[in-house]
Design a protein around this ligand. Sequence first.
Ligand code: ADP
Ligand code: ZN
Length: 750
Amino acid sequence: MLYAQVVLPLAQPMYTFSFDEGLAVGVGDAVVVQFGSSRFYTGIVWSISPTKPDYPRIKPILRKLYSAPLLSTEAQRLWEWMAEYYMCTIGEVMRMALPSLAKPSASSLAELDERSIEPPMESFVALGEALRTEEALAEYVASHERRAPRRTRLLDSIALLALECRSEDGFVPRRLVDATAEQLADLRRRGLIVAEQRVVTRDGGGDKFLLPVLSDAQHRALQSIRAAHDEGRVALLHGVTGSGKTEIYIHLIAEQLARGGDVLVLVPEIVITSQLIERLERIFEGRTTTYHSRLTPLRRGQTFLRLALSCGGELVVGVRSSLFLPLHRGALVIVDEEHDPSYKQSDMQPRYNARDVAVVMGKMLGARVLLGSATPALESYVNALKGKYAYVELTERWGPSILPEVVVSDTIRAVKRGERKTHFNFDLLRLVRSSLEAGQQAILFQNRRGYAPYIQCRTCGYSPRCPHCNVTLTEHRTTRRMECHYCGYTMERPTVCPNCETQDITTMGFGTEKVEEEITRLFPEARVERLDGDTSTSERAFKRIVTRFERGEADILVGTQILTKGFDFGGVTTVGILNADNLLSTPDFRASERAFQLMMQVAGRAGRRNDRGRVVIQTSQPKHPVIRYVASGDYHAMARAELHERETFCYPPYAHLIRLLLSHEDYALLRYASHALAEALRKRFGARVMGPVSATVEMLRGEHRSEIMLKIESGASLAKARRLLREAMTVLEDDAKYKSVKLKVDVDAS
Ligand code: ADP
Ligand code: ZN
């Protein structure tokens, strides 16, 4: 008997299960075990020992799934690191990292078997043993060419394919062989070829890719990145919008694939990146695998299994969770738009940041890591300044295109002078008109979906709030309802104030829906499209809007921050940022950095071809430093000023923030528990503890929420801080009263 420590996809420690040597179970294998009285789970074997642990009852491993291990030892180390760093169990990492169908669970074995899937397989063929050497084949061909020209030609073509596909054992996918089923069956009968079922490969295009010719600046950047990778360093590519970062990625990807290595391109959110995928697909046709949450569970499960069995040379483009797909040592990992907040998982354990995990993976898997952005996260920038990352800069756009001209338009002054119509200053309207008249396009950015952010009674000040989340409801004109943007609760829009019964209820602020309505009224002849969370609920709807705009079938595109994500629209010459004030005034220490990033990114959509673009920023604070940095496009000045602030107030990148989020239905109990925990923390961390305070969203789905923030300055040991934190957390676990309070830890909270 042997004993295996098995990780289950639960917030639980590992458990030991026994198995017979005959079962051939190894480390990293997926196995089926029974846990609890009536539940069957897929677990991962973490380690194996011959010594029987002294538990009274050890359950057996029931089955082994899949023919190969699901997890490499490097991936095991990465999961361990994540569990330690982000303060969760390895089981929680497993729950997140493996797609559901790759780790079936059920209430009976029969049900579990029914749910299990296999990796997608296909037939492969190879020349028979006797013909594997070149001489043997040549001899056979020479002697049979006359009598059976078709047969010898076919054998020749299989040998050639094997060379082209760099097949090590001579097997090539059947579908690439140009022959009928009868012809192949005939060859098999004669023992000239053999066939086998194997996992589906991606092999289109071989390694003869048609690559874009790089400019001198791009070429220099590429060489610096290569040099950094050869030294085992992470590279940060800071290239202004339109500088052609994608073209540099393409060269690196091609080199990596030609070496037979894997490539992972991480992108913020998949809908956002269909353009990038199309560009990569055009070059690496048939070779890209995409991975994101909108795929069916079957597709995701099969992709995972296929990659676990693949022998390399894979190109995967996907969202943050793709980081956990099986890749081989020495992979190339590109994190595009590395500053994007969606790389941080903030709603579930482990609350990881995919960019940071990619960097760690670089070390553990010996991967080459490239971070790319037009507006790098200050964390990455500081790492570059410190020399931890190689810093590679592209300061100019590719080709004739130059960066847009930025016009700062003072809203208060415009109102005073009567130069504003609804939400548009005349400065902006003029430029929109001139773009339209020249047959060009305009983009209007407002960081809020819906019609108006909220409605308010002018007599008593009442505005309807979500009964579950205590945030104001957003008005949606198309559905004529008020909606909670946290939980989705909706109610009919009141026409009479429920509080004072006057009819003085009016809309405050504005969202994209309202912008769309007003701009249509101002430019009735223009074709207007709207791109936001409401119009792009499906990938198809999203693509339709983007394609229409791309093809020039729409003139004006109104949208939220979806617009900031790397689009390459050729015809846009005017970009309007309708309300910069709300970007600058969010209650968040990252507000300035985020505002700068968002504005630079939307601005970057303007004038990407021959005509220079213009960007109008509407704001009541035209002298605000961030507005000035955007106007001059000076990232370094923004970074210097902002880093100074961060250092003064001890914020990231000069400190780690750890947020503790507590929640409970009973408000009083939650308060007592929060204070007890805060006190336990203060004993250990002193002034580094802030709170407890009500969470930004005080109530969510009927539960009250409070939070405590810990600031651990950069010099201090984070490992020690985590140990002290775990100690302090026992005040809740050990007290019967507080046991039901939910506590979640968010390391490197944002
Ligand atoms: P970024 O991702 O840095 O914003 P892109 O990679 O989208 O920039 O490039 C901007 C535009 O310039 C795209 O239309 C792209 O096709 C074009 N471009 C950039 N570099 C090259 C090149 N070397 N050859 C051909 N076109 C290029
Ligand atoms: Zn709600």
